[in-house]
Structures are given as C-alpha cells and as structure tokens.
Unconditional design. Structure first.
Length: 122
C-alpha cells in the first residue's frame, strides 16, 4: 500500500480546457515566429565566454591601491575574439559574480535611458 493518498485526476472544466487550447495555440505561434525569424549574422553569435580573476593587482604606478581585475574573453561565430576587463577596489571572490553584476548594471542603464529623455534637467 502506498503512503501517498491516491486520487483520480479531476476532469477539466470548460474554462480550463479553453485556456489550455489558447496556450497551445500561443506556443505554436511563438514557435512559428521563432522559425521565421532571420538568423543573426555570425559576428553577433556568441559561441563562448570565459572569465578569470586576478586579486591584488598593483601594476599602475599612479594607483597605489591594490585592485581586483576580472578578465573577460568572448569568442564569436565569425572567429573574432574580444578581450575586456573590469577593475574594482574590493576583493573579488567569484569573477562570474562580478560579470553578472556588470550585466545587471548595463541592463539597468538600458532600461532607464529611455526614461531620462522625459525627465527634466536641472
């Protein structure tokens, strides 16, 4: 005997079956739109993203404060690679976390920049 109570599935009411049909139609439409969408050019397709961190970086003579450096390398489908770095004064534990935080920052900037057009300047 099973420790879990057995129950038979409840029949779907008219509202539930209609919403299931609508959702199935919506998913079908989304899939068709995805298939019809043009493929992005190879220079826009990111194949690989690599992240590494350096703690206590003290290379700049004009900056006596130790820095944490997060090095990012991105490889695209056209064979091109981009290398960029993030510098911070705080100790970096996980370089991926710093990269995610930076992604949040740029996303917030993109969301707020259209709103800034309508804000008065003082």
């Amino acid at each position: 005997m099973s420790p879990w109570p057995q129950s038979s599935p409840q029949p779907l009411g008219p509202k539930q079956s209609a919403s299931l049909k609508r959702e199935a139609a919506r998913q079908k439409t989304l899939q068709e739109q995805k298939e019809r969408a043009p493929q992005p050019p190879p220079e826009k397709i990111l194949l690989r993203s690599e992240v590494a961190g350096i703690r206590g970086f003290e290379s700049f003579s004009s900056c006596p404060v130790p820095l944490s450096v997060v090095i990012n390398r991105e490889t695209y489908a056209d064979g091109r690679g981009e290398l960029w770095m993030l510098l911070d004064r705080k100790e970096v534990g996980d370089p991926l976390e710093v990269r995610r935080d930076y992604g949040l920052r740029t996303a917030i900037e993109e969301l707020t920049s259209p709103a800034q057009v309508f804000l008065p300047t003082f």
